[in-house]
Design a protein around this ligand. Structure first.
Ligand code: VGL
Ligand code: ZN
Length: 205
């Protein structure tokens, strides 16, 4: 089975959203094109889904501003603007995304005391979301990952897929991703390649 994993293609990470990624909405066209080409047996989407007052929000830390470094449960944590709060438009998938084609949605980031960039497990690597079990049951041999943001949720989702799904070919669709910082994107691509993840263009998917 060939699967497409769409990471956090939500209003919050698109222009106008609370944690907007430059040109983030451009990934919607790439996702829809891949879906419409029809080569994927399964389409999976992750959704950042935070409770109000989540511990990754700068607003939950007196004296901190968005994008400062801070701490959460004793570990270094980027202080994000309030974003993707459950059941708000910011957390909804981009309205143009072909959500009708999504077979499975994995929400993440619900625990107020730990962030979850990866769709597979929390940043402290303890609590798993269950996506790995679900994927294993589907007999997936190729997993193509794309979405937002390259340097955070896409990176950690793809790295966890590589580590937690041995035997599955994991590929990153580079033109289907946009990132928060240029340096972060360059580092992410290096880390992904080092982990054995092919970085490809959507036309070669
Ligand atoms: C993300 C920061 C905080 C992402 C989610 O989707 O990349 N980044 N929450
Ligand atoms: Zn988040």
């Amino acid at each position: 089975m060939k699967a497409l994993l769409l990471v956090d293609i939500q209003n919050g990470f698109c222009p106008g959203g609370n944690l907007a990624v430059e040109d983030g909405n451009a990934v919607v066209t790439v996702a829809n094109h891949l879906i419409e080409k029809g080569d994927y047996d399964l389409v999976i989407a992750s959704q950042d889904w935070h409770p109000p007052g989540h511990g990754s929000f700068a607003s939950a830390h007196p004296g901190k501003a968005p994008f400062d470094m801070g701490e959460l449960a004793g570990k270094p944590q980027v202080m994000w603007p309030d974003h993707c709060i459950q059941n708000t438009p910011d957390a909804a998938f981009h309205p143009d995304l072909r959500t009708d084609a999504i077979d499975y949605v994995q929400r993440k980031g619900m625990d107020p005391m730990v962030d979850s960039y990866s769709a597979f497990r929390d940043n402290d690597r303890s609590a798993r979301t269950g996506l790995d079990d679900w994927m294993r049951a589907q007999d997936i041999d190729t997993l193509d990952v794309m979405g937002l943001a390259t340097d955070f949720c896409v990176k950690f989702t793809a790295l966890d897929a590589r580590e937690m799904l041995p035997g599955v070919t994991v590929r990153l669709i580079a033109d289907g991703c946009r990132g928060i910082s240029a340096d972060g994107v360059a580092e992410a691509l290096t880390a992904l390649r080092q982990a054995g993840i092919a970085v490809i263009d959507s036309k070669d998917a």
